[in-house]
Every structure is written in C-alpha cells, then in structure tokens.
Design a protein around this ligand. Structure first.
Ligand code: KIV
Ligand code: NA
Length: 277
C-alpha cells in the first residue's frame, strides 16, 4: 500500500468512504494496525494512561510522547501518523507550539500533530504551526487535557450554550488551517450539523457517524481493565488471552514442562567433553 496523504483523506471524505483511525503507542502496535490496513494512526496522549500508567493525560511529558511517536513511525510504512501534542507543550506561546510541532515532524517523522480545543489561543497556535509547515488535526468536544474546566470527562454539545460553542470552535479550527478534526463525545445530531458546516474530514469518537472513526487500540482489543467510556466497542478480549498465555508459561516453568527438547541447542560431544574438563 502506498503512503496515505492529506489529498487521499480529502478524497475519501468526498467519496463518502469512511476513514479508519486507531491509536498506537509503540512499534508492534503500529505493525498490527498497518497489517489490518488502517488509514491513520494516532499517537494519542491517551498513551499516558494506556501504556505509561499515568492517572490522566495531563502529566505526560513532551519527551515521553516523542519516544512513543518515534516507535510508531518506525512501524508505520503507509499509515498517516498523527501525534498528540501533550498538555503544556503549546500553551505558553505560538513559538513554543511551533517548536513542539517541529520536533514531532523532524525527530519523530510525524505527518501531522493534533491540538485540543478551539478557543482563541488554540486557533492562534494552529495558524502558527500550519504556517511553519506542519499539518494540524483539531480536536473539539470532550478535550481530556482540559476536562477539569469542562466539568469532568463528560459529553459536550448537549446544551444550547455547549452546542453553539462546539460549532463555533469546529469552524474556528477549520478556518485556522486544520485539515481534519477529531470530534469527541458529542451527540450524533450535533455531529451531523458539523458535517454539513465543515469542509474538512471529521473523525468521530463517541460522536456517531462521521467521515471517519477513531478508537483507542487497547480498548478495541479488550486489553483495557475496568470501565471504559460508553462509546467503546471491544472487538476482542486480548487482555484475557494475554493473561492465559502468561499463566500457561508460568505453569510450565513451575512444572518443568518448559523448556522442552525442541527449545534446546545441541553441541558436538567433544565440545561438551571439553566444557566438563
Ligand atoms: O489520545 C487519544 O487517544 C485521543 C483520541 C481519543 C481521539 O485523543
Ligand atoms: Na488525545
């Protein structure tokens, strides 16, 4: 498969062909997603919780995100790689935002960066990053980096005020130069409005039908422990399969069944003789 490009994503939207995006945080994650034929990989800052064990996305650092992004890029031949800019890496100034975005593009080979929010300073950052030559994906609706200010991890666009703000922010993000926007945890009817208003592809998560969908890899694989969001669908139970496989290994080590003869190396008898001497 040839490398996915921004014009290809635009054409998919125009043809009504859904865009498939999934998160990835490491090389094997990128490899399996590539083999499954996804269009876009998101090095989400959800990796903070999913693979680094943070409590939220807020505490993950730029350096941590760059490690994840580089590993994903090494595993992605054709998929379009988008990297989340972590909280604190764009808030100070346009210059800081450009520096951060350029690091993802230059050091990690990211095709684009994703920025949360559609407030005035966010739009300035998007304009600055796009002007510097790094494509930007927007993210509106539930924006986990600033969820505390939104009243927690809850759906957005459900009240008059929230729905109006959502549309304004989405249009703002598009007009600032984002080529695509993620819409998270929003009523499907409101997403439908956004689809009529916007010209850029909308990638939904918990937002009903859109131009594309994204899910967290470990959620869809069934590795995530405990409660997940309403919008998550588990397509496998790999967590159980992993525990079972490691449990079987542990049992065989303890019983002596592993390693078997087929897992051993052989040596010439003279070599064994010499080793004994
Ligand atoms: O970090 C992430 O996984 C995301 C998606 C849920 C859109 O931002
Ligand atoms: Na994110």
């Amino acid at each position: 498969m040839s490398r996915v490009t921004i014009p290809m994503l635009r054409e998919k939207r125009e043809r009504g062909e859904p865009i498939v995006m999934v998160t990835a945080y490491d090389y094997p994650g990128a490899r399996v997603a590539e083999q499954a034929g996804v269009d876009m990989l998101l090095v989400g800052d959800s990796g903070a919780q999913v693979v680094l064990g943070h409590e939220s996305t807020v505490t993950v650092t730029l350096d941590e995100m760059l490690v994840l992004a580089k590993a994903v890029r090494r595993g992605a031949d054709s998929a379009f790689v988008v990297c989340d800019v972590p909280f604190g890496s764009t808030e100070v100034s346009d210059a800081q935002a450009v520096e951060t975005a350029v690091r993802f593009a230059k050091e990690a080979g990211a095709d684009a960066v994703k920025l949360e929010g559609g407030g005035r300073d966010r739009l300035d950052r998007i304009r600055a990053i796009v002007a510097a030559g790094v494509p930007v994906v927007g993210h509106v609706g539930l924006t986990p980096q600033t969820a505390t200010a939104l009243g927690g991890m809850r759906a957005q666009g459900r009240t008059v005020e929230s729905a109006v703000r959502l549309v304004e922010e989405a249009v703002g993000v598009q007009d600032a130069g984002a080529f695509c926007v993620v819409v998270e945890a929003v009523p499907a009817e409101v997403t439908e409005v956004l689809r009529r208003v916007l010209q850029i592809p909308i990638i939904g998560i918990g937002a009903g039908p859109a131009d594309g969908q994204v899910l967290v890899l470990h959620d869809l694989l069934g590795i995530t422990e405990g409660r997940t969001a309403k919008f998550v669908k588990r397509y496998g139970e790999l967590g159980e399969a992993m525990v079972a496989a490691i449990g079987a290994y542990a049992a065989e080590v303890r019983s002596g069944a592993f390693p078997g003869p087929e897992h051993r190396y052989t040596a010439a008898p003279e070599a064994v003789e010499a080793a004994r001497a």
